[in-house]
Design a protein around this ligand. Structure first.
Ligand SMILES: Cc1cc2nc3c(=O)[nH]c(=O)nc-3n(C[C@H](O)[C@H](O)[C@H](O)COP(=O)(O)OP(=O)(O)OC[C@H]3O[C@@H](n4cnc5c(N)ncnc54)[C@H](O)[C@@H]3O)c2cc1C
Length: 487
């Protein structure tokens, strides 16, 4: 889907002839962030209107696996026998967020993680105190707790005691997001929140420097909504707007867009048009999936030079990130006969070459003699001792690849293999969702949350499942509360 990339300048309130409705807080977008913003604004005593371009709430959150990154010793972690602390969670997320980390957001997110868990439960979200310890993209059945990032990675585990923190609402397999949104929708229905479906926000409305509403379209007719206290933009990210991706995050252009059709950047463009700064716009989650059930974690990724480049037991977004970083974006996995009997779920990686020895394999694949074979000789020598001094793969996945024939699976993006992607950049906001200008001033009346804002997840390389829904629901709540309190 192509789309506009230019900012939407707010309409001057004097040009509004007729206000269709007036409220205290106007929330634009009924996904995870928007639902939570609306619920908290309502709980603060504000009148709330919740706009949604689709016919019902849900957004990308409803399509998601529903994993929510929570920790510090949640009842589910404790019931499953895991100790965790706020400090360990914060230390881990700081590493995961990388150089662009917003330390204040990370701090408050971790400090209030247990409260957020309780709040979700109070809305009706059910977590099942069962743990899944395998290597997967989500819990495969109804379990609510699993590992979802690189917590057990060598570098991370030295800085922060590892703990599983992905909490999926009780639901089968990938139905966690649909279950989460069904629960939040039911919670919204129990309140006075007025939901306006099939309503697309086109641009913000400004009066004397303050954002006071949004101009929308429904059934071809324009409708102006006035907000006495604040407007919360919770419109998701921009992965579906291919022109915006090309302009801001070209690295993601060849990935398969992962999201709802309305991840078109409209919220971000409205915010920029109102004077908001956008941050981290080139960053995104991009993944390639090789490991469900862990068998292929025993394989060895190599690049065009026949060299390893990552620990193959890492989280799939780190693997995807590093595969795309290789020369020519070419990446291959070496497997032996013992592994190849079990091709991984999702992965459509084709066998590029087969050989009875690594020398034969490298020759067939056109690697210079002595490259791939040297890599594999080194790998196997250490793997036999349960060691990986180069990339520190966990010994659980270390086994010499010594059962011919050997195969080279092609994970290069130009083969058309599934590289799902979504964006992590958005409006610069305070911990209370207030949108900031490039010089750091707050724009009166304007708030943003979820993937419309630059939140806790800042790095595709360090992303862990649950960080986006966790951030969207948590900071959505804070934005809703702050907007309700604004005068
Ligand atoms: C298959 C899949 C699996 C995933 N799994 C996980 C996971 O397990 N854990 C995790 O943390 N993340 C996961 N993600 C990512 C995560 O789902 C999203 O990043 C997150 O849910 C975004 O939440 P949001 O509230 O910002 O946006 P959304 O939930 O998309 O909500 C935005 C809403 O705004 C509406 N909207 C947009 N523009 C307008 C407009 N102009 N006017 C009115 N309404 C508008 C949209 O229709 C939408 O309903 C997954 C994503 C996918 C697709």
């Amino acid at each position: 889907m192509t789309g506009r990339t230019d900012p939407c300048t707010p309409l001057d309130a004097r040009e509004v002839e007729d206000w269709f409705a007036e409220t205290d807080v106007l929330v634009v977008g009924y996904g995870g962030a928007g639902a939570c913003a609306a619920l908290e604004a309502d709980a603060s005593g504000a009148d709330v209107v919740l706009l949604e371009v689709a016919s019902a709430g849900g957004g990308t959150t409803a399509l998601s696996g529903g994993q929510i990154y929570l920790g510090g010793g949640t009842p589910i972690q404790r019931a499953c026998g895991f100790e965790d602390t706020r400090e360990a969670m914060e230390a881990y997320i700081r590493i995961a967020a990388g150089a662009n980390a917003d330390l204040e957001k990370i701090r408050v997110y971790c400090e209030e993680s247990l409260t957020h868990f309780d709040w979700l439960v109070a809305q009706g979200v059910v977590f099942n105190p069962e743990y899944y310890g395998g290597k997967h993209t989500n819990t495969p059945e109804y379990q609510s707790l699993c590992w979802s990032g690189n917590e057990k990675g060598w570098r991370e585990s030295q800085a922060a005691k590892p703990a599983p923190r992905a909490h999926k609402p009780k639901a089968f397999w990938e139905d966690g997001g649909a279950t989460l949104m069904a629960t939040l929708r039911a919670a919204v229905e129990r309140t006075r929140i007025r939901v306006e479906p099939d309503t697309r926000a086109l641009t913000l409305i400004r009066e004397n420097g303050r954002i006071v509403g949004a101009l929308c379209r429904r059934d071809g007719a324009q409708r102006a909504f006035r907000a006495r206290r604040g407007v919360v933009l919770a419109c998701g990210g921009f992965i579906m707007n291919r022109d915006m991706v090309a302009k801001y995050a070209p690295r993601l252009v060849d990935g398969a867009p992962l999201g709802s059709p309305h991840d078109d950047g409209s919220g971000i463009l409205m915010g920029i048009g109102a004077g908001g700064a956008a941050l981290n716009m080139s960053e995104g989650f991009v993944s390639v999936i090789w490991y469900p059930d862990g068998v292929f974690c025993e394989g060895v990724f190599v690049n065009e030079q026949g060299q390893r480049f990552v620990n193959e037991d890492c989280y799939h977004a780190r693997g995807g990130h590093h595969c795309l970083n290789q020369t020519g974006r070419k990446a291959y996995m070496v497997v032996d006969d013992a592994i190849y009997t079990k091709p991984p779920l999702y992965s459509a990686a084709e066998v590029r070459e087969v050989g009875e020895s690594f020398e034969e394999l490298e020759q067939a694949a056109g690697f210079p003699a002595g490259t791939l074979s040297a890599t594999m000789a080194t790998y196997n020598r250490f793997a036999a001792k349960g060691e990986d001094p180069l990339f520190h793969k966990h010994r659980d996945f270390l086994r010499p690849l010594d059962r011919p024939p050997y195969a080279l699976l092609d994970f290069s993006i130009d083969t058309g293999i599934f590289y799902p992607a979504f964006t992590l950049g958005g409006l610069d906001t305070t911990i209370d969702g207030e949108v900031r200008t490039p010089t750091g001033e707050r724009i009166p009346g304007l708030y943003a949350a979820g993937r419309t804002a630059a939140g806790v997840p800042r790095s595709g390389e360090g992303y862990a499942s649950g960080m986006s829904v966790g951030d969207a629901t948590f900071f959505g709540r804070r934005a809703g509360r702050a907007a309700a309190a604004a005068r």
